[in-house]
Structures are given as structure tokens and as C-alpha cells.
Ligand binder design. Structure first.
Ligand SMILES: [Zn+2]
Length: 300
């Protein structure tokens, strides 16, 4: 099934079409080369981007290094995420946080998925609204355990139905629980993302798919409108800046890599790895900072 044009990955001939080809020479310069790529150029990479021992993209996304958040309860999520990314060992592909509620469950977000979710949210704001039902539970229970929501998110597929994401433990009040709860937010989506990407390297593991990322932004927006100020300050995954989103768009639209038998656009593992390097090179401030402009208004 094809993707809606807004989400479709251009193929190799579309990427090269009418553009001047630049051959990448060294892995160390890739981020700078891609970041400075002008609209009339396309970059060709003739060497492996993933580390040698991860010959398959799926293995790198599942078992590569993670940016793991610190266990300090009082650190606000935004700072915990920024520090985790700052101190992570490259190459890494995902952000992870261990629950401060049960001290066991680890929730992971692939960096490429965080970006895809932002793009999906931007699409929903401008085209097909995300429908948020909730918060369920009584205020006293919400203060203690967080709120539940049921969210309907548009699909990226041309003929696809919407996806339903069920959220639990969303912090809505500014209290002690909020400081722990963001590490334990649950999102169960009806797509098959988790089936592919769960690693079983943790006793209990949760994953955010791009629908859950988009849905969380819609919950935060609705809750803010209804007078709960905190969900937007409890975003449990990295939110990228406009500059980082531009870099990601260039990776999708201006880069082709030699994958042995075939030339291919970059895959999610390669994009996650390079987003991690982008964060290292440009710093978390530039990679994550939002200077007032909303993700819905970025040029996706
Ligand atoms: Zn999903």
C-alpha cells in the first residue's frame, strides 16, 4: 500500500533527477555534507553508514546504543532527555528511560520515529485532525496515577484507516507524581510497530510508534486548552528543532546510499544514527530548541 504524497519517501531516481551528484568521501563529514546540501544537489554514499557488526538495519535499531535518561527523580523531562542525548555514546539510535514508578519498565523511542511523529502531527493539524477522547478517571485518581486517553490518529498510508492509540499514566497535575509519571507513560497502538521493534533486552519494555508520538502532542494541546498546563512539559521523547527537521528532510530527499546490490535512500536506522551524530555535532540546544515556531509550521 502506498503512502500519502506528504509522507512518501522519494525513490532513487527521483532523488537524483535533475540534480548534481556529490560523492561523499568520509563518514566523519557526512552530517556537515548533508546539512549543507543545496536543493539542486544530491549526495551519494558509497560506504556503510551503520557500524560493521550491525550488518542489518533492524539489529542496529534494536540493539545499538541508547541515550538512557538519568534516574534523578527531580530532573524535568526536557532536561533529562537533553542530558541523555548529550552524554550518549555514538553511534546511538534511540532515547530510553526507565520507569521511576515501577523501576523496571524501559520505554524507548527511536530518533527517526520521534521525527516521523512530529511530521504526522503537523499533517494532522493542517489536514486531518487527531481526535482525543479523555481524560478518563476521576481528578483524584488522575493526580495519583495520571490520566487515560483514547486517541484516533490519521494513517500515513493512502488507503489506510486511522490508528487508535490508548494512553495511560499521562500526568495532568503539577505535583510530585508528575515528576515520576512521565517516565511511565504508556501508549498502546493498533499498528504493528512494537511487534517489529521490541528488543526483549529488558524485563519490561514499551515503545512509542509515530502514531503515539503524534497523539501525545494532540493530548498536550487539548489538555492545555482545558486548563491542565503540564502535559506539554512532560513530553516523554525528544522534540526536534526546525534545524534538525531540515536536516532530516535532506536525509530523505537528497541522499542515496550504496547498499551492495542496490542503491537506496537512507533507512530508519541510518537516519536515526545520523540524527544522533547531528545532536553530538550541533549540540542539544540547537537540535532540540524550539524558537517559537510550531512543528506544524515547519516545512516538512
Ligand atoms: Zn502506531
Amino acid at each position: 500500500m502506498g503512502k500519502k504524497s506528504f509522507f512518501r519517501q522519494p525513490n532513487v531516481s527521483e532523488i537524483f533527477d535533475g540534480k548534481k551528484r556529490i560523492d561523499a568521501e568520509r563518514k566523519g563529514d557526512l552530517v556537515a555534507l548533508i546539512n549543507s546540501c543545496m536543493p539542486s544537489f544530491a549526495i551519494y554514499i558509497d560506504f556503510p553508514i551503520l557500524p560493521k557488526h550491525y550488518n542489518r538495519a533492524k539489529h542496529f535499531l534494536k540493539y545499538g546504543n541508547e541515550a538512557m535518561a538519568s534516574n534523578l527523580v527531580y530532573m524535568p523531562p526536557r532536561q533529562a532527555i537533553a542530558e541523555a542525548l548529550h552524554y550518549a555514546n555514538p553511534p546511538f539510535a534511540s532515547f530510553a528511560v526507565r520507569s521511576k514508578v515501577d523501576n523496571t519498565t524501559v520505554t524507548r523511542t527511536l530518533l527517526d520515529t520521534a521525527m516521523q511523529g512530529m511530521k504526522l502531527y503537523a499533517y494532522s493539524v493542517n489536514n486531518a485532525p487527531i481526535d482525543v477522547k479523555g481524560p478518563y478517571r476521576k481528578p483524584a485518581d488522575i493526580a495519583e496515577k495520571g490520566a487515560d486517553f483514547v486517541v484516533s490518529v490519521p494513517s500515513e498510508e493512502m488507503k489506510g484507516d486511522r490508528h487508535t492509540v490508548r494512553f495511560s499514566n499521562v500526568p495532568l497535575y503539577d505535583n510530585y507524581q508528575k515528576k515520576r509519571m512521565w517516565t511511565d507513560i504508556g501508549a498502546i497502538c493498533d499498528c504493528d510497530f512494537s511487534r517489529w521493534w521490541i528488543t526483549s533486552r529488558y524485563a519490561k519494555e514499551k515503545l512509542f510508534c509515530q502514531h503515539a508520538v503524534a497523539a501525545y502532542f494532540a493530548i498536550a494541546f487539548k489538555a492545555f486548552k482545558e486548563g491542565y498546563a503540564t502535559p506539554s512539559q512532560s513530553v516523554p521523547f525528544p522534540m526536534f528543532s526546525e534545524e534538525a527537521a531540515e536536516f532530516w528532510n535532506k536525509m530523505r530527499k537528497h541522499v542515496v546510499a550504496n547498499k551492495g546490490k542496490h542503491k537506496m535512500p537512507l533507512n530508519s536506522a541510518e537516519r536515526s544514527l545520523l540524527l544522533g551524530e547531528y545532536i553530538k555535532i550541533h549540540g542539544v540546544k540547537e537540535a532540540l530548541y524550539h524558537g517559537g515556531k510550531k512543528a506544524a509550521d515547519f516545512s516538512w
